[in-house]
Write a protein of this length. Sequence first.
Length: 558
Amino acid sequence: MNRFTFPAKFFLVSMLFAVPLSITSIQSTIDSNQQLRATHLKYIGAKNISDFLPVIVALETLRDLSVVKRFHSSPITEEKYDSAKNDVLAKLNYFIEHKLSNASQLISMELFALKRSIQVLSLSSGSEADLESAIFDKVNLIVDSAYSIQYQIANMNGLLGDIDPLANHLVVILTAELQKSFEAMGEVRAYGSYFITNKVLSSSGVELINNGQAKLKDGEGHLRDRLTGLLSSYPKINNSHIIDTTAVNHLDEIYLQIDDQILLDPDLTTPIDVFWLQSSDSINGFNQFRRGLISFLEDHYVTEEEEMQVKRSTYAFAIGGLVCVFLYLFIGFYLGVKGSLKQLSKAAVQVANGALDKPIMIKSHDELSHLAALFEAMRIQLKERQQELIETTITDALTGIRNRKYFNDSLKERFNLSRKADQTTSLLMMDIDHFKRVNDTYGHTAGDKCLQLVAQCLQDSLGRPGDVVARYGGEEFAILLPDTDEKGATIIADKICNNIRKLPIDIEGEIITITISIGISTSSLIPDCKEERLVNLADEALYKAKETGRDKWVSAHA
């Protein structure tokens, strides 16, 4: 022990206590933070489901009105249908504008696709048989898309497969089981309204109504079983007064309404407004049950998050004193110098190995901080020189654009990335027409100026940062267009040809004009396309463009 310095002895003794405690504390904190983040994410998911629910409810109303509007058009039904459609779009636009910030790209795309489906909705089944159900099913596909978005919101926020059994049961009811019941209620409201409006109930209509009633009975029985199991296992559902467990009775109410006003009244004497209002009241009551489930789920996650925060705070206070003592002794007596030297040594190794991106900083205010500043200045100088060297190796000295080496490297790299992403890559090979004549007539200095102006024009003709323009050799240039099909490539080729024609080149006071020929190849048009094949076909197309008159583009087809 006498061979060790005092800091080393303190280190050995302290580590016997500090290491296990520190590891345990850090791991516990990490786990707690992860659980808190996961729980908060679930709460956000429940909140987003709640915010999206008005869109689903409005869509279901639009779906049910579509059947009546399609087959019994009148000013009243037209007004109700248009009002319902505008209501759906208003609610959907509000959700997109105010609630879409945290959504994934897939959900955003599907929301805009849903909006488009509603805007272009046309109530035509294209069939002469079973028209009522065909219209209902057509609009119901849009409702299914909305439920799919709700399911994706739940999945994105970790609600599906929650290890909390209560939350998992509620999420399954919300994202899977309720849809069937609401669809059945919608069927009886839509078909019943249609038959009352037309005062005719055919045998096929009776079958539609009976099928809807069967679905209602099945949904009612399934939900009652599910709720009975939940109430017996989780009494706090009843105690919360948020979920109205008697709301399942609304399924039975609309079932009996169909019996009384449709099946047992052959003359269909019930006014349409009365039937619609009563069935809508039952649906709205059942919707209150759905809202209660979502509100209970939100409150459940809020409570769970609060409990986790209390536990984390209690644990932090319990070990805080011991951790502070050990950290103070470590930092003040040992790590004050040892840690700074270690950081500097590590930084020196990184610089020596060529890792020049990470800044060199130490938490110190003594002489070591001055040494770190010198290391940082050295790192910056080395990085600047390294960048200059890289730029030199990939830049064409005359034109200032990328050179052949950079193009070859980029072609392989970006072609492989595009292939993995199933994207189309296009290549433009270009050659200045009659460039030798410019050199012979005006001299190589004029030719160099011409090349520089053409290179700048090509660079200015591209609008995306991912596009690559390079000098391929002599008066030949190449442009690589990732994620671009043949049509997009030809548009750019047209633009380049026009820009080159308009390019004023002043040679000692004389304005000359030049043209350019372009060969285009597109990977999606080439079976088993590889880089070499893409380049060869573009070269062949370029040769054909020059053979057939120049000042034009030609697209190659394998």
